[in-house]
Structure formats: structure tokens, C-alpha cells
Design a protein around this ligand. Structure first.
Ligand SMILES: Nc1ncnc2c1ncn2[C@@H]1O[C@H](COP(=O)(O)OP(=O)(O)OP(=O)(O)O)[C@@H](O)[C@H]1O
Length: 299
């Protein structure tokens, strides 16, 4: 069953067209990584799914309903970011009690174990937490709420390396015991990669990749060798990334190669290797095929 459906969804802020004609479906009980560069529209999309923003046009369905002002959607969805706003008078234990009252699947025992593990004193105000501690506390809310739709918008901002690793591990372990639909956004795939079932990449307002992580691992292939020879087999439109190692030796990442193209490149002495998903997601979201190197090119 699909939990989220977006049909021809567009979002405009004034003249800024952030999302354009987006069509995506997210199935029940899956972990999807939403990847995109700064300003790609990740938060905008996630806020629309949580019913916090309306699309300019198109149709969004969450649990088969319009998420705006929808009690069913808000009771079954949690939206976690590093920016959750609580009343300044609320102490952590009060926030935990409110969450327990609001979310049907809330697990107090689990929340308390996480609170102890991460060393929180629950008598403090949320407002007084450091940035990393606030992100960690918010992430605990997201985990313990166990809502059928759990949205984490760049949840690890400010967390130190070991807390980030702990969070991803806790998320995966809890998901295995209590499957639900989880969407987690990030600029970077490397830390997230191992917990994802599906990957969605947005660029220039559209979804350029949405597929199982397993398929994404073979989405592209890297070629290394004489650029003139590579060009003979692969045309420009299929090149995702290109970097010159020397004047005629290049490292080129291309999407899909047929068996005959692979044979031909082999005969021409061009080396073929796999591309790590994190590296590939970076190339796919770069503005230009050469990345930052293009800035240093003489015109
Ligand atoms: N309320 C708003 N009013 C006007 N423009 C907005 C608003 N919210 C977002 N935008 C614009 O929409 C674009 C997408 O922003 P969004 O926050 O969705 O991107 P993002 O992918 O989450 O970025 P980041 O990774 O930097 O957080 C940006 O150009 C941003 O300036």
C-alpha cells in the first residue's frame, strides 16, 4: 500500500519555482532517503507531506487523504527537524509527557532508555539545549513516537559523529522491530546509505532518481582512460561527471552501458569500475558535469 502519493505537485514561492510537476509514490514500511543539495526543495516537500504547507498545484495524498488540516494525518505523522519549536516554558519531561498523550504508539520505556543513554536531564528547558543536544532530543521524539509515517528532515544537524552513528543504528534497529514508513532527508548519502531501502534524489525541482538502493548501486559506471576513446563510445548526454586527470586522460561517470559498449571500451583500453552510491549522488546533484573544477577552467 502506498502511504504517500504526489501527482504533478508544484510549489512556487513568488517567482521561485521550487518543485515542478513532481510525481512520487512511497510505499508502506520502507526507509527512503531524500537527497538533494542546499535549496533543492527537500524541506518544502517534507513539509507538504506533513500538511504544514500546501502545494501551489497538484495533488498530495498521505494515508489516501489530503494532509492539510487533517487530524488523521497529524496523529499518524511526526515531522522532526533540528528546528522543532516548543513553548519556552516547557521542560523536557513535559514535552515527553505531551508526546505520550498525543501519539498512540508512543513507547515511554524506549524513550526513557534513549534519554538516559544520551545523558539528558529532563528537568531542563528545551530552549537551553545546545544545538546538537536539541537535535538528539528531537530525534528521540521521532523514534519513540513510532508513527506510521515518520519524517526526519536533516535530523543529525549539529550532532557529533558518534551520536549520528548511534542515531542511525537506533533507527534501523527500532525499524526492524517496528516497521513503519520513514523518510529521512540529507545532503549526503554516505552516512545514511546503509539503512536505506530506497533513494530519492531531487534536483532543479524534479525527482531525478527514485529507486531501491540495491539498483542505485549499479545505476552508473566509471570509466578511466583516454577521453577521445571514451567519446567514441559514449555520447555527451549520457555523461554524469567528467574530470580530467591529465590533458587527455579522464575519469568519466556514465549512466548504463550496453554489453557491446562495455566490450568496445575494454578493447580501447578504457578501465571500467563501479561508483560508490555516495559519490554518485554527489555527481548527480552537481550543477555542472565537472563540479568545482569547472570554476577553474580558462574560458
Ligand atoms: N517560506 C518560504 N518563502 C520563500 N521561499 C522559500 C520558503 N521556504 C523555502 N523557500 C525557498 O525554497 C527553496 C527550497 O528550500 P528548501 O528549504 O525546501 O530546500 P532544502 O533542500 O531543504 O535546502 P537545505 O538543504 O539548504 O535545507 C529555497 O530557494 C528557499 O529559499
Amino acid at each position: 500500500m502506498s502511504v504517500v502519493t504526489c501527482q504533478n505537485v508544484s510549489k512556487q514561492f513568488g517567482s521561485n519555482s521550487v518543485l515542478k510537476d513532481l510525481n512520487v509514490t512511497i510505499q508502506e514500511n520502507s526507509i527512503t532517503g531524500l537527497i538533494g543539495r542546499n535549496g533543492a526543495g527537500k524541506t518544502t516537500l517534507l513539509q507538504m507531506l506533513a500538511g504544514m504547507l500546501a502545494p501551489t498545484s497538484g495533488n498530495i495524498r498521505v494515508f489516501e487523504e489530503n494532509p492539510i488540516d487533517n487530524l488523521k494525518v497529524s496523529a499518524n505523522t511526526i515531522f522532526v527537524d533540528d528546528d522543532l519549536v516548543f513553548s519556552p516554558e516547557m521542560k523536557l519531561y513535559e514535552i515527553l509527557s505531551s508526546a505520550e498523550m498525543f501519539y498512540d504508539n508512543w513507547d515511554s520505556e524506549f524513550a526513557n532508555r534513549l534519554i538516559r543513554y544520551f545523558g539528558f536531564q529532563t528537568g531542563v528547558f528545551h530552549d537551553n539545549l545546545s544545538k546538537g543536544k536539541a537535535s538528539t532530543f528531537n530525534a528521540i521524539l521521532g523514534l519513540a513516537a513510532r508513527t506510521p509515517l515518520t519524517i526526519f528532515d536533516e535530523p543529525t544537524t549539529g550532532m557529533d559523529y558518534s551520536v549520528r552513528q548511534d542515531f542511525y543504528r537506533a533507527l534501523l534497529k527500532d525499524y526492524m522491530n517496528h516497521p513503519r514508513t520513514i523518510i529521512i532527508s540529507s545532503h549526503l548519502l554516505n552516512e545514511l546509505e546503509s539503512i536505506l531501502e530506497d533513494i530519492m534524489i531531487i534536483k532543479d525541482g524534479t525527482c531525478i532518481v527514485h529507486e531501491p538502493m540495491e539498483d542505485f548501486k549499479t545505476y552508473a559506471i566509471a570509466l578511466s582512460g583516454d577521453y577521445e576513446k571514451i567519446e567514441k563510445v559514449v555520447n555527451e548526454s549520457r555523461i554524469i561527471h567528467r574530470r580530467f586527470i591529465s590533458s587527455n586522460h579522464a575519469y568519466v561517470v556514465v549512466k548504463e552501458l550496453s554489453g557491446s559498449e562495455q566490450d568496445c571500451l575494454k578493447q580501447l583500453g578504457v578501465t571500467q569500475t563501479s561508483v560508490e552510491p555516495a559519490e554518485l549522488s554527489m555527481y548527480l546533484t552537481n550543477e555542472t558535469k565537472g563540479g568545482i573544477d569547472d570554476v577553474f577552467k580558462q574560458s
